[in-house]
Structure formats: structure tokens, C-alpha cells
Design a protein around this ligand. Structure first.
Ligand code: 13P
Length: 378
């Protein structure tokens, strides 16, 4: 698990951080109070967290999209990336189950083959357009593979431009605690530009035989730390969405049942996430399509009166079979869209605690092997 050493590092630096934050506070409080987007941010976050709906995470970088397209024999060109996203965004009935779609910058500005901007297609379907605003991870020299999330320098100007282009929410991925200040700063800047920040403090499924208890322990430390920093930066919690991991054991440990996953995941959330956050949108993080749905359903059973919507922001768990079914062939277009909508519907039902099965893509093992090429990189 990546978080360990960073948590220790952050604990030492915590007091200095608090001092800096106190100095900023009066300015930040005024800024928050004066934010002309305050009501819109709350409404957007609430809308995206509508019960029975979730997010389609389709913000893979051109490089990652390319690896996935190539895995089904499709060349990584701008037109093919456009076709793939068009297939996703124009799937009939998608808006019944999906309230937001996260895009990569290229896609935010792309148009469908008939010239209609993707943002218009999504908005018409009731799907809020979102944008990934971090610019990737840099390895930190002298560490055990730790990374720093890039993109704060010109973030404000970019967020303003994305809002103009039709984006209404944003995503920033911070893989370790070293980046928690950046995550909070990003959330503050995004809100100032009218974008609801998805806060994604990533603790992902990885190799190793670590237990589910261990994941829960570190997840709890990471999320409580991130929430503290969001408070320090005066981020309005009603205007954010959280994108965490479910608590899972390591890939080399025996798998956990949905009930166990739900027990540790909801315990972690109840201990760390204030009720004012409207939606907790879990990533699929390498779980199979069926596992993602069954675990989501178990969360509702473990926490039937959750103050937030416990829902999904799935990438691979919505796209894997959709992509394999399409494989770049025009004649498979409708079948692929049907799979996507069936997966979205299954997860929508699971969010409501009403999924009865059978699953549209049963089985699949513990992890989406086919999509592990190149890791979970975005
Ligand atoms: P996965 O659901 O494939 O883990 O991806 C989610 C994500 O973060 C993409 O934005």
C-alpha cells in the first residue's frame, strides 16, 4: 500500500501546515463567503449525487486510452478516441443512470461525428460534464516510488476556461498524503471557478497480501487527514464530491465477501466523512464488473441510512466489456452501447439497494485482467 511512509511524513509536517493555514484563514473565509458560484456548486454536487445515479469516469489520458484501444485492435488516433467517447456518451438512455461524466481535456473540446459538441450531448441527456484537471504524476526522487500530483500552477485559468466550455465539475487525483495540501488547494481553486471538485485521495488495490483491516486503517488515516485539510482551506463541503476506494484486501490475499468489504468501507466513511458531503463516488479500482456492483449493493445494506449517496464513479467497471464488445467495429456499436447501459443500470439499482441480478457481465474474477495493461493509470 502506497500511503504508509507518506502518512508518517505528513504527521511531522502537520503543525507547520496548521500555522500557514491560520495565516490564510481570514482571506479564505471572505473568499468562500463571496463565492458567486456557492449556490450553483451546492446544486451541482447535489444533482450529481442523486440517489440511483453515478458517474461515468471516462477521463483516461490519451496514452491510457490508446493502450485500451490497442488491446482490442483499434489504433490510437484522435478520431478513434472521439468515436469511442461518442459511443459512450450517445448510448440511448444513459442519462437515466448516469449524472456526470468525467472527461480528459481533449474530449471536453471534442465534437461528435455530426459536429455536436460532446458537452451539449451530455447536458441534453442530464449528464453534467466533468474534467480531469491534474496533469499527471511525477516521481519524487529519493522516495520509495512516491509521486507528486502536477497541475496547480495554472489551475485557476484552466478551471475558468473549462467552465466556459461547459464543465461543471472537476477531478484531481492525489495518490499519497504528501499531496493532500495540493488536493485541498485544488478544491479551493475549482470552487472559485464554479467547478465542483471531486476529491480523489487514492488508496488503490495493489499487489501484496495485506488484509482488509490494514486497508481500512490506512484509508481512515488518509481520509481524515484530507478532510482536515479541506477544512483548513475553507472548502465548502456541500459543494464537493468524494471519490475514494472501497476497502479491499491486497491482490495476493484471500478475497473478501461483499459484506466484509461493506462493513470496513462504511465504517471508514462513517468515521471520517462529514454528512455535509453529498456524494461518495467509489472508483472501481480493478474490481470486476460484477464485484463492483455487488459491493456497491452491500454498502447500502451495511449503511441503509447513509447521510451521503454511496455510489459509483466507475471507469473500467463500466467500460471494459463495452470496449471489448465494440472492438472498433461499426456493426458492434449498438451491442456495445447496450452493454454500457445495462452495466450503468445494474449499478444504479445497486445504489438503491435493489439489484437482484443476473449481472450483465457475470464473473470476471477478482480483477479486470484485460485492462491491467499499463496499470490503473488515467
Ligand atoms: P476505475 O473505476 O477504472 O478505477 O477508474 C476510475 C477513475 O478514477 C477514472 O477517472
Amino acid at each position: 500500500m502506497q500511503a504508509t511512509s507518506c502518512i508518517r511524513g505528513q504527521a511531522v509536517g502537520g503543525r507547520r501546515a496548521a500555522g500557514r493555514a491560520a495565516g490564510r484563514r481570514s482571506v479564505a473565509v471572505q473568499a468562500a463567503a463571496a463565492n458567486p458560484f456557492a449556490e450553483e456548486l451546492k446544486a451541482t454536487a447535489k444533482y450529481i449525487a442523486t440517489r440511483g445515479k453515478g458517474i461515468l469516469a471516462s477521463d483516461e489520458s490519451n496514452a491510457t486510452t490508446g493502450k485500451r484501444l490497442e488491446s482490442v485492435g483499434v489504433e490510437n488516433t484522435e478520431d478513434n478516441r472521439r468515436d469511442w467517447r461518442q459511443l459512450l456518451y450517445t448510448a440511448p438512455g444513459l442519462g437515466q443512470y448516469i449524472s456526470g461524466a468525467i472527461m480528459f481535456e481533449e474530449t471536453l473540446y471534442q465534437k461528435a461525428r455530426d459536429g455536436t459538441p460532446f458537452v451539449d450531448i451530455l447536458t441534453k441527456e442530464g449528464i453534467r460534464p466533468g474534467i480531469k484537471v491534474d496533469t499527471g504524476l511525477q516521481m519524487l526522487p529519493g522516495t520509495d516510488g512516491e509521486t507528486s500530483t502536477q497541475g496547480l500552477d495554472n489551475l485557476q485559468a484552466r478551471c475558468e476556461a473549462y467552465y466556459k466550455q461547459g464543465a461543471r465539475f472537476a477531478k484531481w487525483r492525489a495518490a499519497i498524503l504528501e499531496n493532500a495540501h495540493g488536493l485541498a488547494r485544488y478544491a479551493q481553486i475549482a470552487q472559485a471557478a464554479g467547478l465542483v471538485p471531486i476529491v480523489e485521495p487514492e488508496v488503490t488495490l495493489g499487489p501484496g497480501a495485506y488484509s482488509i483491516e490494514e486497508t481500512a486503517y490506512w484509508s481512515e488515516r488518509v481520509y481524515s487527514h484530507v478532510m482536515r485539510l479541506l477544512n483548513e482551506y475553507d472548502v465548502m463541503l456541500e459543494g464537493i464530491l468524494l471519490k475514494p476506494n472501497m476497502c479491499l484486501p491486497g491482490l495476493d490475499a484471500p478475497p473478501a465477501s461483499p459484506a466484509e468489504v461493506a462493513k470496513y468501507t462504511t465504517r471508514t466513511m462513517l468515521r471520517t466523512i462529514p454528512a455535509s458531503v453529498p456524494g461518495i463516488h467509489f472508483l472501481s479500482g480493478g474490481m470486476s464488473e460484477e464485484e463492483s456492483t455487488l459491493n456497491l449493493q452491500a454498502l447500502q445494506e451495511a449503511c441503509p441510512n447513509a447521510p451521503w449517496s454511496l455510489t459509483f464513479s466507475y471507469g473500467r467497471a463500466l467500460q471494459a466489456s463495452t470496449l471489448k464488445t465494440w472492438a472498433g467495429k461499426e456493426e458492434n456499436w449498438d451491442a456495445a452501447q447496450k452493454i454500457l447501459v445495462a452495466l450503468a443500470k445494474a449499478n444504479s439499482e445497486a445504489q438503491l439497494g435493489q439489484f437482484k441480478g443476473p449481472h450483465p457481465v457475470p464473473g470476471g474474477g477478482r480483477i479486470l485482467q484485460a485492462l491491467r495493461t499499463g496499470g490503473a493509470g488515467k
